[in-house]
Design a protein around this ligand. Structure first.
Ligand SMILES: NC(=O)c1ccc[n+]([C@@H]2O[C@H](COP(=O)([O-])OP(=O)(O)OC[C@H]3O[C@@H](n4cnc5c(N)ncnc54)[C@H](OP(=O)(O)O)[C@@H]3O)[C@@H](O)[C@H]2O)c1
Length: 235
């Protein structure tokens, strides 16, 4: 369905983006993996193998994004998983860190959307997250950012039509996102999260990649936020 299509994964050097890039390549798409760290990018493309190429891009820098699309032109499907955010209670998290988090995940996606060029039957897929509807007292900002992403998706689905715009909202997914936690703490957090879920496991990046492929290719999907959380919302 996407064989031969030009696909861009912004944030494809690790986690959900990496799994998504791998899946699109397996489906025969000409896949560009973009992120900020050139060494991570090269390693990601090497691991994915033939069908993937790397391009450096900084979602915090509008000029970098404008230049990127000026030289690359249009893509059939664009996926944005890139983000670097901090968590903490709003009283403890310094305002500067809070602004930077919003600048990364929300404004980063906004900047990409603003400059993106799409070919016929194109789509844009963003990633929000469970905290928008299952808030956590220690991650209030993260929930607000995810809500903003979901609002952006619903509005852009109208503004960009007939380009389709969607988001996937994952629950806890075991990715490098949690590697800043000490291993023992991380393992315990993931085990506790798994125990609370009807599916009795946390998400894998490949689970979310499959949902992204579905949203990118289903011609009736637009303005949708697909919850993929192992049943966390109903547990
Ligand atoms: N994992 C979860 O449990 C979970 C749950 C709900 C929602 N989400 C959301 O899912 C998305 C992906 O998360 P993940 O778990 O895949 O995280 P991840 O493994 O940390 O991946 C983040 C990606 O963003 C890229 N990135 C960061 N800053 C960038 C910048 N300035 N310019 C370009 N690229 C940049 C990183 O690449 P470089 O380091 O190369 O720049 C990396 O490829 C995030 O929006 C996250 O909030 C994740």
């Amino acid at each position: 369905m996407v064989a031969g299509n030009r696909v861009l994964i912004v944030g494809g050097s690790s986690g959900i983006g990496f799994a998504t890039a791998k899946l699109f390549v397996q489906q025969g798409a000409e896949t560009t993996v973009a992120s900020h760290d050139p060494a991570k990018l090269d390693e990601a493309v090497r691991r994915i193998g033939q069908g993937a190429r790397a391009r450096q891009l900084d979602i915090m820098n509008d000029e970098s994004i404008v230049d990127f699309f000026a030289s690359e032109g249009a893509f059939s499907h664009i996926v944005v998983t890139a983000a670097a955010t901090e968590t903490g209670s709003i009283r403890d998290l310094p305002l500067k860190a809070a602004y930077k988090s919003m600048d990364s995940k929300f404004w980063g996606a906004y900047r990409v959307a603003r400059s993106a060029m799409f070919s016929k039957n194109g789509s844009l897929t963003l990633v929000s997250g469970f905290l928008s509807h299952r808030p956590d007292a220690n991650s209030v900002l993260q929930g607000a950012i995810n809500s903003a992403i979901e609002g952006l998706v619903r509005g852009l689905a109208l503004e960009f039509a007939p380009v389709r715009v969607n988001a996937v909202s994952p629950g806890i997914v075991d990715t490098t996102l949690y590697h800043k936690l000490p291993k023992a703490e991380r393992d315990q957090m993931l085990r506790r999260a798994a125990d609370r879920l009807p599916v009795r496991r946390v998400g894998e990046a490949d689970d979310v990649a499959a949902a992204i492929l579905l949203l990118a290719t289903n011609p009736f999907a637009t303005g949708s936020v697909l919850t993929l959380d192992g049943g966390g919302t109903i547990a």
